[in-house]
Design a protein around this ligand. Structure first.
Ligand code: C2E
Ligand code: CA
Ligand code: CA
Length: 399
């Protein structure tokens, strides 16, 4: 794993290079600047974590640079900068993706310092997984995964969820990672289905729930109010009729109030689950909140949704991130918000990465947000520090 990052700025405007460098260095990253697009290839090293690229430069434009980076299979996160229309940035973003590049944000010039810091902070914090992790084709041997249970190698990270109306941190979502002894941190998309396949999901679920209930108390605000804990639970675990009781006894053990917990079930899982709604109903009767995750991807029918005692819909990040570039995704976001409200549910958008996305969601009446714009998922001790500084900024702004 890489933590400290190397930043590269490609811009013909000297002032931009200087500002970015100063901010990056202040945030503990090293920084190079070039005004010469042709030198880019030499400047990109394997430890370059972030590239800020101006799309409009004399001699060679940013699009050409993207092609060059694509050819070199560059793995760095790319931030596109431009003074021109946002649509141009969106088009360049799509192109970059088809070239296999990872665009992690954009800056529209002239940008304010906080915008720059948000981009640097979010992307720098997003550690680059190494090749082993990045390649989903490399199968993890069963025994290694079994060992992970024996050696307690799963760790929980937490991502804050914010109310759009008040800006207050209303909840935290627990997201599991596997601290592999050799490969480093492995993300859940690379091992969750493997855990299911080995029939270890229940065991995994209880480890997560137990740990999260213990961790979350340290995220209390100065008045002692603990944010709501959102837990991802696989539908296979919910098939167990004893699930609500086991869950409640763990909550009691931790002295953690059920009404301060939300269980997130994916929309696609819900469809599979539609014949056995009794477990969900029983959880709801015990005051545990239910949230439907990845909403919009699973083709739930409205009528089916009405039978589910959920109190919240989470708009899938794919729609949020394409809202500006794809009109049908914007319509989808609008409809989900409308539909959720009609059914008296709160609507949360996940994967919010830019101020623009945030503003649009607020305009459309979305209730909550979660995403790299605020913070990625962090280990508990780092989240405590993040909450401290976020909350004190909130207090200052309120004065
Ligand atoms: P999810 O529940 O939809 O979680 C949201 C994912 O989006 C997380 O990925 C999170 O880190 C990522 N994310 C958050 N904000 C942003 C953003 O602004 N931009 C982008 N590009 N991504 C963002 P992660 O942690 O890799 O988790 C992937 C999935 O693995 C989760 O998707 C969830 O379905 C599953 N998962 C994670 N932890 C657990 C667990 O303890 N139990 C179960 N059953 N599933 C889990
Ligand atoms: Ca989730
Ligand atoms: Ca989701």
């Amino acid at each position: 794993m890489r933590t400290a990052q190397r930043v590269l700025v490609i811009d013909d405007d000297v002032a931009v290079g200087e500002i970015v460098c100063a901010s990056a260095r202040a945030m503990g990253m090293s920084c190079d600047v070039t005004r010469e697009p042709l030198t880019v290839v030499n400047l990109v090293t394997p430890d370059t974590g972030l590239i800020l690229l101006d799309l409009m430069m004399p001699g060679m434009d940013g699009v050409e640079v993207l092609r060059l980076l694509g050819e070199r299979q560059c793995k760095a996160g790319i931030v596109l900068m431009s003074g021109i229309n946002i649509r141009v940035i969106e088009t360049a973003k799509k192109l970059a993706r088809t070239l296999g590049l990872s665009v992690v944000g954009h800056l529209q010039k002239p940008f304010a310092l906080p915008e720059l810091k948000a981009v640097l902070g979010a992307t720098a914090a997003e550690e680059m997984p190494d090749a082993y992790i990045a390649d989903p084709e490399i199968a993890i041997p069963d025994q290694e995964l079994r060992n992970a249970f024996e050696h307690n190698e799963f760790v929980l990270y937490y991502q804050p969820q914010m109310s759009i109306a008040t800006g207050e941190v209303t909840g935290v979502e627990a997201l599991t990672r596997w601290q592999h002894p050799k490969a480093g941190l492995i993300f859940p998309d690379h091992f969750i289905s493997h855990i299911e396949a080995l029939g270890l999901m229940d065991r995994f679920c209880w480890i997560t729930v137990d740990r999260a209930m213990a961790d979350v108390k340290q995220f209390a605000d100065p008045d002692g109010k603990v944010p709501r804990l959102a837990l991802n639970v696989s539908v296979s675990s919910l098939r167990d009729l004893k699930f609500p009781d086991t869950f409640m006894s763990l909550a009691r053990e931790h002295d953690f109030p059920a009404e301060n917990i939300a269980i997130e079930i994916t929309e696609s899982g819900l469809i599979e689950f539609s014949l056995a709604l009794d477990v969900l109903t029983r959880l709801r009767m015990r005051n545990i909140q239910l949230s439907i995750d990845d909403f919009g991807t699973g083709y739930s029918m409205m009528r089916q949704l009405q039978n589910v005692p959920a109190i919240e819909l989470k708009i899938d990040k794919m729609f949020v991130q394409n809202m500006y570039s794809n009109h049908s995704d914007l319509v989808m976001v609008e409809k989900i918000i409308e539909m959720g409200h009609e059914m008296e549910m709160e609507v949360i958008a996940e994967g919010v990465e830019t101020e623009d996305q945030f503003r649009l969601l607020r305009e459309k009446g979305c209730d909550g947000v979660q995403g790299f714009l605020f913070s990625r998922a962090l280990p508990p001790d780092e989240l405590v520090g993040w909450l401290d500084s976020y909350r004190s900024r909130q207090v200052l702004q309120g004065q």
